[in-house]
Design a protein around this ligand. Structure first.
Ligand SMILES: [Zn+2]
Length: 409
């Protein structure tokens, strides 16, 4: 049994016409008119496939295909239709439309399942317009309150609550009231590992946990020409040693850990002034909780040592954190077995990015399927996948979902 790869691809291309970007990708940011248009098209497709669409108070869409047992909890399958401002055609969209393809294929083949199947379009996964990312699934999982979410503001000062009402997708369902038998999410990898290993399917076993640490180093602004080396209090020098140290801590914790500095602000940032203040952030990630916290402690301790040694003041603030997620072993096995049975090359992989599945895993057994993307490129209009990759992952999703929802003969 296979899904219809041509139909899936055509559906992806039809959705990509809504909210086109400027370089072949998409700008269909959450709660914009384009988002509303994409939602309407998706609803039309769901109606046509015989599903009933519900919407919750965060604007998340749930399209249900009934099961045979009225008491059985549904199997949820989804991702997100919103994009980055210069996003690709597949990030998130593939997961929602492949879930729709799973239902269409079940309809074609006359497959009935004990558990209902609910195709899900989570609102505001990207967090580009309203931070943080994965906002609606976060409220669903009880991580954020509804009031907090409604009050999030975009760069123009418009709130999530007002914009959700404005585009006409404020639903009446209590957020998080639905109970799940299982949650599946199919997503492009957004990294280079599968393509480099020449594997078609990523069996996702974990989601990395992360700490974002913001460091503020205080030195003394002084002339770079006339201040003798021995008399400098150089916050920039401390910063450079800390960047090296962060790299070493990551390397000491291989395999399965990453850490790096992606953002630095020098002040006053002038050619001939030693910086009096340097603010920079460290992004550190690993799927192992104990290791994650150990790495954070080490980086903080070493930073203090380096700063003290140079007479530089140092303050650290944790500005972001996710606990690592271990996906449900039984669902992970169902994905692996499906890939095996279908003859697709596969490997276990850890999700380097956050996904709605990471929050869903807090309230239900969850897992993910990944397919490669060209050059590992994502959050970029040039994001690309092949039709064959898209179809292979959807085939795996189909088999794992139908097995979990229990086919009725
Ligand atoms: Zn995504």
């Amino acid at each position: 049994m296979r899904i219809n790869g041509d139909r899936l691809w055509d559906t992806l291309m039809d959705m990509a016409k809504i909210g086109p970007g400027i370089a072949g990708g998409n700008n269909r940011q959450t709660l914009t008119d384009a988002d509303a248009e994409g939602r309407s098209l998706f609803k039309t497709w769901c109606d046509k496939a015989g599903m009933t669409v519900g919407v919750d108070k965060m604007g998340t869409m749930f399209a249900t295909r009934a099961g045979t047992d009225p008491d059985a909890l549904p199997v949820y399958v989804g991702s997100h239709l919103d994009t980055q401002p210069t996003g690709g055609k597949y990030d998130g969209v593939l997961g929602v439309l492949a879930a729709l393809e799973v239902v269409r294929t079940m309809n074609d083949l006359g497959i009935k399942t004990k558990h209902p199947i609910v195709v899900t379009n989570w609102a505001n996964e990207e967090g580009a317009r309203f931070a943080p990312a994965m906002l609606a699934s976060g409220v669903f999982a009880g991580v954020h309150t509804l009031d907090y979410a409604y009050g999030r503001k975009d760069p123009d000062g418009k709130t999530y609550g007002d914009e959700l009402k404005r585009i006409g997708w404020l639903g009446d369902e209590e957020v998080g009231a639905r109970k799940m038998h299982a949650y599946f999410e199919y997503h492009i990898e957004q990294g280079p590992i599968l393509e480099a290993a020449d594997k078609t399917i990523g069996v996702v076993t974990h989601c990395q946990g992360l700490w974002w640490l913001e460091f503020t180093l205080t030195g003394k602004e002084a002339h770079t020409g006339s201040t003798p080396m021995a008399m400098r209090v150089n916050a920039g020098l401390a910063m450079s040693r800390i960047v090296e140290m962060v790299q070493s801590v990551a390397m000491e914790n291989q395999p399965g850990a990453v850490a790096g500095v992606g953002q630095v602000f020098f002040s006053p940032n002038s050619r001939n002034v030693l910086p009096g203040k340097v603010v920079f952030t460290v992004d550190l990630r690993t799927p192992d909780k104990e290791k994650l916290d150990r790495m954070r402690a080490k980086i903080e301790a070493e930073t203090k040592k380096i700063s003290d040694g140079l007479g530089v003041g140092c303050a650290v603030e944790a500005i972001g954190h996710f606990e690592p997620v271990t996906f449900d072993p039984k669902l992970v096995a169902s994905v692996r077995n499906a890939a095996e049975k279908l003859g697709y090359s596969h490997m276990d992989i850890i999700s380097g990015a956050g996904h709605d599945a990471c929050w869903a895993a807090k309230v239900a057994p969850a897992t993910m399927v990944m397919c490669p993307c060209v050059g590992g490129l994502s959050h970029n209009e040039a994001e690309e996948i092949s039709k064959e990759w898209a179809a292979a992952g959807a085939d795996v999703l189909f088999h794992a979902v139908v097995e979990t929802a229990e086919i009725v003969a």
